[in-house]
Design a protein around this ligand. Structure first.
Ligand SMILES: Cc1cc2nc3c(=O)[nH]c(=O)nc-3n(C[C@H](O)[C@H](O)[C@H](O)COP(=O)(O)OP(=O)(O)OC[C@H]3O[C@@H](n4cnc5c(N)ncnc54)[C@H](O)[C@@H]3O)c2cc1C
Length: 381
């Protein structure tokens, strides 16, 4: 269900002001502290950001994919770690439940996910299982009304704060993806431990850690979908997540272009602002063109998804193009800033590091290429 246009415009205006007035002034502080201040999290909750994609029946805003993409573009105009604070609740941490949960499961969890009272994580990746995610080794063995879950999940976003994990684990000896099921696993079950947050290249303020399950008794009622359907569900969740990440990439690119234009207008070399040098203009033109192309692809694909169309190919294409695009835009921004682009105080080098992740998680660029090729061959062009 979509919001009426006036309500949605008001939401976009509010998010834009929140980004400009509250988040951007804190970017350096978040980088230094590697944490997002609690009052900011409280403001995000009050704005409804944790429940963007969850239906109003469960206390969320119930945005369409197109609306969510537009909000994600706005959030992209600041350090991406802010978005990550609620990103799992909006995306990979909640969507398995939204797509496949029973009414009881939804009623139990979704209102608290939408309000931000609890944080969710999505646990697919393992030490030996990354791109080939259908090969998960974590096992869930059924004993009566319980599954005994064991295994290690790696690089799990927001694991340090999560109260609920969506975990993909093997429930049968059937090889590959068909033997994988999905479970809702509350943090307070016995046998769960969380590793130390990893030191990362960028996106300081957003945490990833290992999650270790040691013979955890998960009630059978917490299984999402049928046995053996877990991998397919995870792929549907990622399909949606890819569009969200693409939209954030567009937002960061737009921010970098605006910063580049402002700097190029002020910085003078050879007697004039560098913006008047045509080689600088060429970089700005290339970045602007690519950002516009990515924006169009992301929004068109989001709309097609809302219309119920199959957008597996287009979502992968949006993820591939938008995330690679923002890498190029960030690189050009560093170049336009010259030496200042390399110096922390200007913030450009930080965004350059931050956006590198977008080409890796929720399916690397190579995995997107494989999906695009597979779907294009299937469609015959
Ligand atoms: C900060 C961060 C947050 C993350 N958050 C989460 C999370 O919340 N939940 C979660 O489950 N996971 C998460 N991940 C894991 C992430 O999704 C994986 O890192 C990613 O899918 C790639 O897997 P991998 O690291 O094992 O790389 P690998 O799969 O080992 O890939 C290494 C390289 O080989 C390439 N490659 C692999 N297979 C092929 C192929 N068939 N053809 C061509 N090239 C190939 C890859 O593209 C890559 O370039 C996160 C990772 C990071 C860094």
């Amino acid at each position: 269900m979509s919001l009426d246009p006036e309500t949605f415009d008001a939401l976009i205006g509010t998010v834009r002001r929140f980004v400009t007035e509250r988040l951007r002034p804190l970017e350096a502080e978040v980088e230094a502290a590697d944490a997002i201040p609690d009052p900011i999290i409280a403001e995000m909750k009050a704005l409804g950001l944790f429940g963007l994609s969850i239906s109003e029946d469960y206390g969320g805003l119930g945005l369409t994919m197109l609306e969510e993409a537009k909000v994600a573009i706005e959030m992209g105009r600041t350090t991406p770690a802010f978005r990550s604070a609620f990103g799992t609740n909006v995306g990979i941490g909640s969507q398995g439940l939204v797509m496949a949960g029973t009414p009881e499961q939804k009623a139990q969890w979704l209102p608290r996910i939408a309000s931000g009272e609890i944080i969710t994580s999505f646990a697919l990746t393992e030490p030996d299982v990354g791109s080939d995610s259908g090969a998960v080794k974590a096992r869930a063995v059924r004993e009566g009304d319980t599954y005994r879950l064991s295994g290690t999940k790696r690089f799990i976003t927001n694991a340090d704060k999560a109260s609920l994990f969506t975990v993909m684990a093997r429930t049968s000896d059937e090889p590959g993806a068909r033997g994988v099921s999905a479970f809702l696993v509350p943090r307070d079950l016995p046998g769960i431990s969380i590793g130390e947050p990893e030191k990362k290249m960028g996106q300081r303020g957003a945490k990833v850690a290992d999650v270790i399950f040691d013979d955890v008794p998960v009630p059978a009622a917490n299984r999402l979908a049928e046995e053996g359907e877990g991998f397919r569900l995870a792929m549907r969740v990622l399909d949606r997540g890819r569009l969200h990440i693409s939209a954030v990439s567009v937002g960061v690119a737009e921010r970098l272009i605006a910063d580049s234009v402002a700097y190029a207008g002020e910085r003078r070399q050879f007697g004039k602002p560098i913006a008047e040098h045509q080689l600088i203009q060429a970089m700005i033109a290339d970045s602007k063109t690519e950002a516009l192309a990515a924006r169009a692809l992301v929004l068109e694909t989001a709309q097609a998804k809302d219309e119920g169309k199959d957008v597996v190919l287009e979502s992968a294409a949006a993820k591939l193009f938008a995330t690679e695009m923002v890498g190029r835009v960030a690189d050009r921004a560093v170049q336009i800033f010259g030496g200042a682009g390399y110096i922390a105080d200007y913030g450009i080098e930080r965004l350059y590091r931050d956006v590198r992740l977008f080409r890796i998680y929720e399916g690397t660029s190579q995995i997107q290429q494989l999906i695009i090729a597979r779907e294009t061959l299937k469609r015959g062009g």
